[in-house]
Design a protein around this ligand. Sequence first.
Ligand code: GLN
Ligand code: ZN
Length: 757
Amino acid sequence: MKSANLGYPRIGLNREWKKALEAYWSGNLAEADFHEQLKSIRLRHLELQQKKGIDVIPVGDFTYYDHVLDTAVMFGLIPPRFGWEGADPDLSVYYAMARGSREAAACEMTKWFNTNYHYIVPELQSVSPKLTRNRPLEAYREAKTELGIKGRPVIIGPYTFLKLSKGYDAGQLDSWIDQLLPLYGQVLRELAAEGVEWVQVDEPILCTTLAEADLQRIARIYDRLVTEAPGIQLMLQTYFDAVDHYKAIVSLPVHGIGLDFVHDHGRNLQAIEESGFPEDKLLGAGLIDGRGIWRADLINKLESLQALSDHVSLNRIVLQPSCSLLHVPIRAAEESALDAALQGALAFAEEKLDEINVLVKSVRLGYEAVRAEVEAAERARQVLQQSAARNSQRVQQRMADLSSQPTSRPDSYGVRKQGQQKRWNLPLLPTTTIGSFPQTPEIRSARRSWRKGEWSNERYEAFIQEQIGAWIRIQEELELDVLVHGEFERNDMVEFFGEKLAGFAFTSNGWVQSYGSRCVKPPVIYGDVDWTGPMTVEETVYAQSLTSKPVKGMLTGPVTILNWSFVRDDKPREEVAYQIALALREEVEALEAAGIGMIQVDEPALREGLPLKREHWPHYLEWTVRAFRLSTSTVRNETLIHTHMCYSEFHDIIDTINELDADVISIETSRSHGELIESFEHYSYDKEIGLGVYDIHSPRVPSVEEIDAMIERALRVLEPSQFWINPDCGLKTRRQEETVGALRNMVEATKRARDRF
Ligand code: GLN
Ligand code: ZN
């Protein structure tokens, strides 16, 4: 039995990769040196995998920004606005596509399946493909000449690549397949000529819901690819869920199939048990979780391996992570500042390679050879399992009692609305913002000083109060109707709450790539989540004390906190979401008790947690709605619950939005150019909606006329009495002048609209 890896994090243990990219962009690193630095990072990572004893090492997964962008550029799919002349595209074209240039807007970026990694969306309109360079071949040669490693080149499969691209309509898909296949063929033939034996072809799209037409296309693609390059063996790699239509997929004429046995809801193993696995293929067995951060339950993994070996002989199994290790940080051994029970139960990229080795060793040398390692892993997992953090009496009692916790407001919206109107007496088209105001360098530096201990708590709190005060005055002067305190005390909308709730931990170096050079350090939810005291009451109440206008409390919702964290894997995600929800409910109640009558619970990440397969959507949407409602249902009728979401595509979850039963929802609209408003047109939505009337992602100050036009359009669909006026999202990334200018125009446009009624 062999071991394989499918991809390695690029960023480097100390984010050297990120730093090199940013230094190059800012002109502080010459191009030649930049290439050298990246090469040394790349080689170091290959060497490390070799030292760890991995038999099949991926090459070509490394990138200068994003692997989907690499594939687009390799095939010459460069939109005309980048002015590329047809020679070998250089770094300036590459980075213009990723980040925009003075002449051309960047390509769109979106989430890579259901992960928090974002890729650059290839644009296919008005381009014709041609092979500009053979990247996998270059990577293979380099690893071989520099390190003597005969790696396995990785390439994104044609169907996944095309399905992730935009700029063509459904009728053109077949023609695009026909245009790309010869190029794929050429890449593979050149690899074969070089002596490459296996290529890893990534097709995670096979784990989404596939229609009959998809299956036919996939069959056509692989029939053709294997004939294009007869000398080469294709490992068709899937991940993030079970393959849809197992039988059809395993009958494809490829030489190996990689399956995810961690995120497949048990379905891949079940399919093998029911239908067997073809005798002429290798099975890439993704048994070690490639995207979670927890040490594996090796006993359970050995059992799975045993179960697999009843159907596939061990010499045809390649043991590997469930997906590329791109999604996990690099070294858990580094995290010595964490509680020992927690640190002992973590496995990042390096430790995952060790786990793969243990499993392989057990097959090669027998269980006794790995007994000590398996037992050590088991002990470490048990220590965390039995720790006080995972055994909170208070949380567990409440969870046992979950079914009796309210998930509905006492009265229907119709009834609540009367109480709300009486209490608030807001003007028609009330104006508000989404929560945050500019996080200036001054604010960030104050927070740093406070964190380092250079500033006392008193000094920092006084500083935050000054900011709140200044912005309450600005909001009053702008004549906004519902004010916010501005979120100046928050670094990040999830981290802020994670630091105050029990059950969360923060690594010192647990970075993962989010997009390009941007890395994030997700909080780790490792224990029972509990409320330990007010988190936002002080700032909110202070803001309210300065004004007679209502100040909206501002919380991050349970689903968003969950989706932007690494989550313990000993419980279903929904249970963790309920724990967070119950903790947040206490904050909601504390705010209400302190006199705050409007509370916003943000759920911008609700949609991005949607499972890959449609059939799993209802269950996900059901528990996410339940979590949101657990946190917001105990308030009085006249207390307004707001929520906020920011994505443009949501016509398919409009029922869910309705079921959240928030009195007011604000949604990003301006970038989707009114599509969103149309969704509401065909839906009898009875609650209130704040449709974002300008795009906060741009520094441009929108004119009164533009905003007025947006309002006008929305009012054609919505009753004016349902409609709030607000920007698309929080304003933390904007500068003060931009913010004040845009809000002034927004209020002015609102006045004009009001005058029309
Ligand atoms: N209240 C948050 C803010 O204004 C919402 C951010 C978000 O939707 N991502 O910053
Ligand atoms: Zn938002």
